[in-house]
Design a protein around this ligand. Sequence first.
Ligand code: ATR
Length: 292
Amino acid sequence: MRDSRETSLTPETSFTHAFVTGFPVKHSRSPIIHGHWLQGFGIAGTYQAIEVEPKEFADFIATLKDGTSRFAGGNVTIPHKEQAFALSDAPDALASELGAANTLFMSDGKLHATNTDGYGFLNNLDDRAPGWTDAKDRAVVLGAGGASRAIIQALRDRGFGEIHVLNRTVERAQELSDRFGPRIHAAPLGALAERLAGADLFVNTTSLGMDDSDAIAIDFTAMRAGALVTDIVYVPLMTPILAQAKEQGMRVADGLGMLLHQAVPGFEKWFGKRPSVTPELRSMIIADMEKH
Ligand code: ATR
């Protein structure tokens, strides 16, 4: 027999609800992405941004697990990704290795956690730079912060032979080498020119060059002919690092598609349909970026 409280919520329960949480979260463009897909499929669902302070995050997760918040799941962004992983019941192998989750979903009464940032990164390049892994002997990753981890994991799992992680604080790069295995090599920023020689891919994961005080000049021309330069910063789309690379005649790919593609697996889990990343969606996000 159905519970009377459930009956009183009948109109509500026919909807599926998902969220994005962060602190702050108002800058998030995920509601536009998921809203676009919900509308396109004609799904009775919602996707809302919910700001949760770090000290309240454990309580928020508890309401997911006991069902009182009625969410099928959601996305987690800064600064909650590590806590989301730690508080979930069933993290997958990707989230466990990273120690961070960006996607949560309830299934069989358990809170599952995964991390789709690496998936988003790879799919963006597959989409925007076809053939980018035809040669994958050497990748150079600038930065060893939170964002760099998922990139390193993804490049390793895609089969790159050597992944060089260069960071101002070389100890942080070394930690990533220890975590992700012998194909990951740590180096200081001063080694950049040497590590770039013959490389197939360069990835920026830092905010370097975004203000004049830390402008950085990089000579990409010693990379393999046809090598790709990408940046996971996507505001602006053409970052100072990408602009330099382009000027030097390099192939470049911006990072916006990482945001779009990382959203796909979550939507499919919560709402049961696999959405596509289309030029129309990309244009919608660019238009929103131009407004703010
Ligand atoms: P995120 O989670 O976005 O990666 P983060 O963990 O704060 O953010 O990491 C920022 C990255 O940018 C780090 O690799 C940082 O280098 P340090 O580990 O040495 O701090 C790098 N970074 C930021 N500003 C920098 C600067 N002015 N010069 C060199 N590296 C910088």
